[in-house]
Design a protein around this ligand. Structure first.
Ligand code: FE
Length: 143
């Protein structure tokens, strides 16, 4: 498995690894249309991984319904799993969220999220891959 040096993956290789839409979002900082992605309304339990490199990024336990049409979380899984940077594109000052491992663009962070963090990680479904939690306990539909 190529578990190392994800930051050295060439652009050509990313094009081969990712679908066109994944490439547009993850590598070109695109945004999927609201209410069109796979996970905006998903309530299943599990871990959301980076669609590009597989890094665990967010737990379903911190996912909430933001009404935005994009999957939204109030906290990343670990302090290093997601990195943020100022994004001044499109005439706005926003905070961009990237995968801490491969640098893939995930979405943006806003300060109108719920407690306890008050943050809203507004992400693109296509940048994520849900790893369902099927290790017993509560099922996807709450049993
Ligand atoms: Fe990644």
């Amino acid at each position: 498995m190529s578990e190392t040096n994800e930051n050295k993956v060439s652009d050509v290789e990313w094009r081969q690894r990712l679908t066109d839409e994944q490439y547009r979002v993850l590598r070109q900082k695109g945004t999927e249309r609201a209410f069109t992605g796979e996970y905006w309304d998903t309530k299943s339990a599990g871990v959301y991984r980076c669609a590009a490199c597989g890094e665990p990024l967010f737990s379903s336990a911190t996912k909430f319904d933001s009404g935005s049409g994009w999957p939204s979380f109030w906290q990343p899984l670990g302090s290093d799993s997601v990195v943020t940077r100022v994004d001044l594109s499109h005439g706005m000052r926003r905070t961009e969220a990237e995968c801490g491992r491969c640098g893939g663009h995930l979405g943006h962070v806003f300060s109108d999220g719920p407690e306890p963090t008050g943050e809203r990680y507004c992400l693109n479904s296509v940048a994520l891959a849900l790893d369902p939690d099927d290790s017993g306990g509560r099922g996807a539909d709450g049993e």
